[in-house]
Write a protein that binds this ligand. Structure first.
Ligand code: NAP
Length: 177
């Protein structure tokens, strides 16, 4: 079975977006995202796909969730349910849930791993938030702090968490073997 991983960048207040866009430009976080996800499958919501500046992410299997029948997304697979999306990725070693909030909400219950970048700022104009995380369910296995600099307007931290106990995963989205 694939490792299901969440990857997200979130403010101190869990903010992740505003008017269908990101709230910051943080190149080192973008590099981490690219390094981790390249060569793997990424699952995203229709709104996140539509917010990508250049369409589907290159060198990754792009899977877009939508309830819209007949939806077509260039260089991507459209799926009508999370179950279908995971089945489409069942041969992948790691599948990344890349947002947005609606997808993170579902992914949080079934993920094995989370790569979170905490952007140390409160974004009062945000309109989209990562869901509340129960950190008692997770072990932190990576923690790297970085200061703000000329390319990064805010200090930030790379965290990696692994689920302590697979029994706490929601069975509803487990895909077929
Ligand atoms: N900071 C970060 O790391 C990060 C990462 C990604 C996105 N974002 C931000 O997040 C915001 C977008 O998030 P969002 O929550 O509004 O939208 P979203 O999760 O990207 O997309 C929501 C849409 O996905 C489809 N969908 C989701 N789950 C589904 C399921 N189980 N089955 C079928 N369809 C499903 C539905 O599409 P239909 O309406 O077509 O049915 C739904 O309206 C943007 O501001 C974006 O910039 C931030």
């Amino acid at each position: 079975m694939s490792t299901i991983s969440i990857i997200a960048a979130l403010g101190d207040d869990n903010a992740i977006g505003k008017q269908q866009q990101m709230l910051w430009h943080m190149p080192f976080d973008m590099k981490r995202f690219k390094d981790l996800t390249t060569g793997h499958a990424v699952i995203m919501g229709r709104k996140t796909f539509e917010s990508l500046p250049n369409g589907a992410l290159p060198n990754r299997k792009n899977v877009v969730l939508t309830t819209l029948p007949e939806a077509v997304f260039l260089d991507s697979f459209a799926c009508e349910s999370m179950h279908d999306a995971l089945n489409l990725c069942e041969k992948e070693d790691e599948v990344f849930m890349i947002g947005g909030a609606m997808v993170y909400q579902q992914a949080l219950k079934m993920a094995d791993k989370m790569y979170l970048t905490r952007v140390h700022h409160t974004f009062e104009d945000a309109d989209t938030y990562f869901p509340e995380i129960d950190f008692t369910l997770w072990d932190e296995v990576e923690h790297r702090d970085f200061p703000a600099d000329e390319k990064h307007p805010y200090a930030y931290t790379f965290h990696t968490y692994v689920r302590k106990d697979p029994a706490t995963k929601a069975p509803v989205y487990q895909h077929k073997n």
